[in-house]
Design a protein around this ligand. Structure first.
Ligand SMILES: NC(=O)c1ccc[n+]([C@@H]2O[C@H](COP(=O)([O-])OP(=O)(O)OC[C@H]3O[C@@H](n4cnc5c(N)ncnc54)[C@H](O)[C@@H]3O)[C@@H](O)[C@H]2O)c1
Length: 248
């Protein structure tokens, strides 16, 4: 059991990569608090995994305080936080409204900031812990039509390093994960229709898109003590997408 004794809070855990992480964490012995805004799906998965569920809109400061307090009262002090919740919004720079921009930043970037800040006291009391911030390959390079998303994911990569520097003295490690094209509902949700992203897989070295489990296994490694000497680092899970550049 690679997460024996760990108490984990995962955001955006009702589906996609967050759900896959929750599943792997439960299999490896963690006590897991799934959180999301999709309450029915989240509750259903938590019941299946023998875990708990709590509503948490990550952009809301008060809801963070409530979710952290509920996790502590249910399980004890938090040893793992996965800041996974995120949204995508496609539009050209000139067509992106301030409201679109702020919505994406509010969830992806502010949500990650609020989450890290909310667990420090509890993790410190626990004697240390691991924070895993889900960024993207758009936190490593720019993507046209994703100005807000790219900004938010670069910010997550940067704040991960600041938090790692400040929190290492408390035994808290903070790392970022950078998935490439992963087969989840995210792109379809942003475009308002189901989308087959498998053709994108042909472009990368491993010749396939990623599955949520590909990312969940890296998140599991970072949550576990196997990564005890890793902090402030970037972990890419992209099938080789960022191993090359546009001129290749
Ligand atoms: N799928 C990809 O190709 C890909 C690539 C790189 C990075 N990512 C990142 O991975 C993470 C997980 O995405 P996914 O692919 O599983 O997508 P997904 O859309 O399946 O899952 C995202 C989850 O976040 C939840 N969520 C949305 N807004 C929220 C809010 N305000 N508060 C709390 N939860 C909220 C959704 O309800 C959903 O359950 C995101 O941060 C995303 O940006 C995804």
């Amino acid at each position: 059991m690679r997460l024996d004794g760990k108490i984990a809070l995962i955001t955006g855990a009702a589906r996609g990569q967050g759900a896959a992480a929750a599943r792997r964490f439960a299999e490896e012995g963690a006590r897991v608090m799934l959180t999301d805004v999709l309450d029915d799906q989240g509750k259903e998965l938590a019941a299946e995994l023998g875990a708990e569920y709590c509503h948490l809109d990550v952009s809301n400061e008060d809801e963070w305080a409530e979710a952290v307090a509920f996790t502590i009262s249910t399980f004890g002090d938090i040893s793992v936080l996965v800041n996974n919740a995120g949204v995508l919004h496609f539009s050209a720079l000139t067509d992106t409204t301030l409201a679109d921009y702020q919505r994406v930043i509010g969830i992806n970037q502010v949500g990650t900031f609020l989450g890290m800040r909310a667990v420090v006291e509890s993790m410190t009391r626990a004697g240390g812990g691991s924070i895993v911030n889900v960024s993207s390959v758009e936190g490593l390079g720019g993507m046209p039509y994703l100005v807000a998303y790219t900004a938010s994911k670069f910010a997550i990569r940067g704040m991960t390093k600041v938090a790692a520097m400040e929190l290492g003295q408390h035994g808290i490690r903070v790392n970022s994960v950078h998935p490439g094209a992963i087969n989840t509902p995210m792109v379809g949700e942003a475009l308002g229709r189901p989308v087959d992203i498998s053709p994108i897989g042909k472009k990368v070295a491993l010749r396939r898109v990623g599955q949520p489990e590909d990312v969940a296994n890296v998140v599991l490694f970072l949550a576990s003590s196997e990564s005890a000497y890793c902090t402030g680092a970037e972990f890419v899970v992209d099938g080789g997408a960022t191993a090359t550049h546009a001129l290749s």
